[in-house]
Design a protein around this ligand. Structure first.
Ligand code: NOJ
Length: 740
């Protein structure tokens, strides 16, 4: 069979045959070529790459988004190389392409897999118009450290939420049919444990015990693999002494042998050669050896493979089998993408960029991602009937680029509608909207313009402050040690507070910030993350009650940076803190010194609780949970118990609520978290409406990796809570008994 015969069908058996037939014709150089990806940003391509392409020495390019150039590269690959194997064209399409969706952490706050799927679909359709057929998303690293800049790209701290949203994003990118125009291959990254970098310093070391790796960090990846994600990317970091790009345990034992993954693994950018910098290898050749042996199929932007694999094979240090397996994995994905059938891109066959549906999706995603953290005396929503004027203040009220967030290589800033503009168009005819930026950017220390801000606040009915951090303060290699509001923003809040006017803070940020120093200075807080292109209209709708806030925190907000890591699914410890056991540093004399009697796990200088808990988020409605019950007190292994609750909207407006179910396995052979999210559902309720909400829990849903590293459910008693946050108090329980 020749390459053109590789075009004909795509049933699994046929794919295997097509790959095998192609592989049989490939020279070693052509095989190694498939394992190589190069940067092709404008200026280089296609001439720079033409020779390599013709000789079959390149399997993939990254960072080229000009459709003419991409088509030309594909043409050379398909028409001028011996076997005509098309190229994978990769790009970081992380949260939108031209139309920018909220950052992934914001999308996670929607707790809505449907909107995450739709947002990814829009991004795939837009990216595909340029010939991009592979994105490096979703990032499903569990992230429990808000100092880490890449928490912005994550779905937060929770295993279940990250797994469900990660799968939804994969489905959105890959579509119903991967070979259809507008579907692109997804890449679950970074395998694995990247989110656990020490003190949130990007690229730093991670140390994760195997039980934690398996129970927490690996589970979203397993879910993505089960959902058919085409590719995985390694992480830059060291995992328990073996950098991820050389980690045979992760890449072979877990991923291939245990999970049966049949897509391919790409290294992170130059991370194969970086094995030397880690101190694992002496040179590129040894790095290529370690990575290939461990199971990295394709090297991203680096030539360790291209320059050394042949020699390593010659020396008998790696086998042809290792190379064949990698090439098979890569070609299989190319076939599944339909690239042999349709190598070229005609943008006309795809929907126009930033069409009505794309913008509506971005707006809905932004709307559902905003979390109302507090709302004293129901200061929100604002009513145009009761107001004559509103003061808009702050560096992020009218910052079209900053609201887009990190990783927006292709985002079109001209599409951005800022909150300031949106508020003007929504209420500008009815009330006086005044605006003072007050600070050049979030980091400014210049306070001269504060007087103008105070003046408009003092003469308006309400002040809305747009605070937070610019997009550049989060993302890759943008970690922070101090996660307070940067610059003199706290001082600005204090000054505006002194006017005595109601103060509303709208915070745009790529991470949870420590808001302790401003939380009592403001009446309401809307946490909007970086909300993307349509952030402005979404925020305006929420401020003026066109819609009710419905986002819930996908990550815990610490009071102080010193509490990190603080997350809802912590272990109990032998001395759990309670309101009776903690003592504040100012009252320390009430405790006997240097004794363990009556002491518990807390910091003397802050609470043991977070500022805002995982799952927290207020609404303009109020929700009442009643009558939690389990369908059975006892179930056998392999059975399902249904946990139900009655939920009533006791408020005056229709609104969405995200109902959350948490479980605790009371006694187990390894200690289990105090709570784990095991179900959630976003529901819309009219005022006065009551619905019964049921969650089916199968005994497999509470399985975990114990001492023997096998996924097992252990018999015993389980507590179950249902409510609107991880602090839900309403509880029932059931018991699992071993089957006879
Ligand atoms: C490095 C980042 O870690 C990764 O997430 C990204 O996809 C690649 N660079 C490609 O840009």
């Amino acid at each position: 069979m020749n390459a053109s015969m590789a075009n004909q069908s795509s049933a699994p058996d046929d794919i295997a045959e097509r790959v095998a037939a192609l592989l049989a014709q490939m020279t070693l150089a052509e095989k190694i070529g498939q394992m190589r990806q190069l940067n092709a940003s404008e200026g280089y391509a296609p001439h720079y790459l033409a020779d390599d392409l013709k000789a079959g020495r390149l399997g993939s390019v990254i960072n080229i988004v000009d459709v003419g150039t991409v088509n030309e590269l594909q043409r050379i690959a398909v028409e001028e190389s011996r076997l005509g194997i098309p190229l994978l064209v990769g790009r970081d399409v992380i949260h939108g392409f031209k139309t920018v969706m909220p950052i992934p952490l914001g999308q996670a706050a929607s707790w809505n897999p449907d909107i995450v799927r739709q947002a990814a679909r829009v991004a795939a359709l837009e990216a595909a118009t340029t010939g991009v057929n592979w994105t490096f998303a979703p990032m499903i690293d569990i992230s429990r450290d808000p100092r880490w800049g890449r928490i912005a790209e994550s779905f937060g701290e929770c295993v279940l939420l990250t797994s469900k949203l990660g799968v939804a994003m994969v489905e959105g990118f890959q579509g119903d049919q991967l070979s259809a125009a507008g579907s692109i291959a997804a890449c679950a990254k970074h395998f694995a444990g990247y989110g656990a970098v020490e003190s949130g310093r990007d690229y730093a070391t991670t140390n994760i015990p195997e039980t934690k790796l398996r129970n927490v960090y690996l589970r979203p990846f397993k879910a993505a693999v089960d959902a058919g994600v085409m590719t995985l990317m390694t992480s830059f970091s060291d995992v328990n002494g073996i950098p991820a790009s050389a980690n045979e345990f992760l890449l072979r034992q877990v991923l291939r042998d245990e999970w049966g993954f049949d897509g391919f693994v790409v290294s992170d950018w130059d991370s194969v050669r970086q094995l030397q910098i880690h101190g694992l290898t002496e040179n590129d050749k040894e790095s290529a050896f370690e990575a290939a042996r461990a199971g990295v199929d394709m090297e991203m932007q680096g030539d360790a493979y291209a320059n050394n694999l042949a020699e390593l094979l010659d020396e008998g240090r790696i086998s042809i089998d290792t190379i064949d397996r990698a090439v098979t994995n890569i070609i299989r994905v190319k076939i599944r993408l339909g690239l042999f059938e349709e190598s070229f891109t005609d943008p006309e066959k795809l929907p126009p960029i930033a069409n009505e549906h794309a913008l509506a999706t971005a707006r809905k995603a932004a709307l559902q991602s905003v979390v109302m953290l507090k709302n004293d005396r129901a200061v929100l929503p604002l009513s145009v009937d009761e107001l004559k004027s509103v003061a808009i203040i702050g560096p992020l009220a009218d910052a079209p680029y900053q609201q887009l967030g990190t990783w927006i290589f292709d985002g079109d800033v001209n599409l951005s509608i800022t909150p300031m503009h949106a508020i003007h168009s929504l209420v500008g005819h009815d009330i006086d909207v005044r605006y003072v930026r007050a600070m050049e950017n979030s980091r400014s220390r210049a306070t001269e313009a504060f007087d103008d801000a105070v003046e408009i606040a003092a003469s308006s009915d309400v002040a809305i402050l747009f605070l937070g951090e610019e997009s550049i303060l989060s993302g890759e290699a943008h970690s922070r040690a101090d996660i307070n509001l940067p610059g003199d923003q706290a001082e600005l809040v204090r000054r505006i507070r002194q006017t005595g006017k109601p103060v509303i803070a709208v915070i745009l940020a790529g991470r949870p910030l420590t808001l302790t120093n401003i939380v009592d200075q403001v009446d309401a807080i809307l946490y909007a993350w970086h909300p993307g292109t349509m952030g402005g209209p979404a925020i305006a709708d929420l401020l003026f009650g066109i819609e009710s806030p419905s986002g819930k925190l996908p990550v815990t907000f610490p009071r102080l940076v010193g509490q990190i890591p603080i997350y809802y699914s912590q272990k109990n410890s032998g001395k759990p803190p309670s309101h009776d056991t903690v003592v504040h540093i100012d009252d320390i004399h009430t405790r006997a010194p240097q004794t363990s009697l009556g002491m518990s796990a807390f910091h003397l200088d802050t609470h043991f609780t977070p500022l805002f808990a995982f799952g927290h988020g207020l609404s303009y409605a109020t929700f009442d949970y009643q009558n939690i019950r389990a369908s059975a007190q006892e179930i056998s292994m392999g059975d399902t118990v249904t946990i139900s609750v009655e939920l009533t909207n006791t408020g005056k407006v229709a609104a969405d609520e995200v109902v959350q179910l948490y479980v605790r396995d009371l006694v187990a052979s390894v200690t289990r978290p105090v709570r784990e999210l095991k179900g959630f559902r976003r529901l819309r309720l009219e005022p006065g409406q009551t619905v019964s909400v049921n969650f089916d829990l199968h005994t497999d849903d509470v399985a975990f990796y114990g001492r023997n590293m096998q996924l097992t459910t252990e018999p015993g008693v389980f507590h179950v809570w249902i409510g609107g946050s991880s602090e839900a108090q309403m509880r029932t329980e059931f018991r699992i008994v071993a089957s006879a």
